[in-house]
Design a protein around this ligand. Structure first.
Ligand SMILES: Cc1cc2nc3c(=O)[nH]c(=O)nc-3n(C[C@H](O)[C@H](O)[C@H](O)COP(=O)(O)OP(=O)(O)OC[C@H]3O[C@@H](n4cnc5c(N)ncnc54)[C@H](O)[C@@H]3O)c2cc1C
Length: 213
């Protein structure tokens, strides 16, 4: 957001005369304090592997069954979220199989795995927020659904790229090519309605002269 604010201001955004520059610089601290971005991301998969080994193994086995049973065609946002979760489980499972106990020290694998998990959290949060707004009959329900659509489409792309990276960083054997391809297919998202959703959000932002949600 701070990056986009600076960009919208063009050259002025880069100068100290406008506030965009300060927002940009201040926002950057979020990746450093309270634990750097790298350290916190390492903790995501490592904590999961340490504290939830049995349920994780069961979930990985279910994800493998889902992948083995053929990949469904791209569906709605919920289907894309389910695909992202399957991609995470399949990639962490493959990494654990190939690297064993070494996985907890393989940052090149752990960091992209964390990135997949982070995208899942963001997409699911947006979807749940939209569902809650719809259930409560909120006037902002339509906008929240538009925001969820945008969030899920972006998250699915980022999660797919990160999952493929984790797979390739864990092993560059032939089996990785097959899994990376399956991940691409399972994370396909139905982009119909994306243009409309982005337009809705842009129109509401212009009308309110501020972030509308
Ligand atoms: C404005 C500001 C406010 C702050 N407020 C507080 C506060 O209120 N209370 C408090 O206790 N602290 C505070 N801090 C300190 C802050 O928590 C630390 O700066 C932060 O945890 C990073 O530690 P470091 O600066 O020693 O960086 P380092 O630990 O030296 O890290 C430098 C770089 O190396 C990377 N790195 C380090 N170790 C690894 C590793 N094992 N694997 C991969 N990458 C690694 C880091 O991700 C980072 O990119 C503040 C800092 C700032 C700048």
């Amino acid at each position: 957001m701070a990056d986009e604010a600076l960009q919208i201001h063009g050259g002025y955004g880069y100068t100290q005369e406008y506030e965009a520059e300060r927002y940009y610089r201040d926002e950057r601290i979020n990746r450093i304090f309270e634990g750097t971005n790298e350290i916190n991301r390492l903790l995501v998969p490592v904590t999961l592997l340490r504290r939830a080994q049995a349920p994780l193994q069961e979930a990985v086995a279910r994800a493998r069954d889902a992948l083995g049973g053929g990949v469904p065609p791209a569906g709605g946002d919920r289907a894309a979220l389910a695909g992202m979760k399957t991609a995470f489980l399949a990639s962490i499972g493959a990494a654990a199989d190939r690297l064993g106990a070494r996985l907890k020290d393989e940052q090149e694998v752990l960091l992209p795995l964390a990135d997949v998990a982070i995208q899942i959290l963001g997409a699911e949060s947006a979807l749940l927020r939209a569902e809650k707004a719809r259930a409560s009959g909120s006037a902002k329900s339509g906008l929240m659904e538009a925001a969820a659509k945008v969030a899920v489409c972006r998250a699915a792309e980022c999660a797919a790229a990160a999952a493929r990276k984790a797979i390739w960083m864990a092993s560059d054997g032939k089996e990785s090519a097959a899994l990376a391809e399956a991940v691409s297919r399972i994370t396909q998202v139905d982009g119909s309605g994306l243009r409309l959703a982005r337009g809705q959000l842009a129109a509401a932002t212009i009308e309110n002269e501020r972030y509308p949600l």
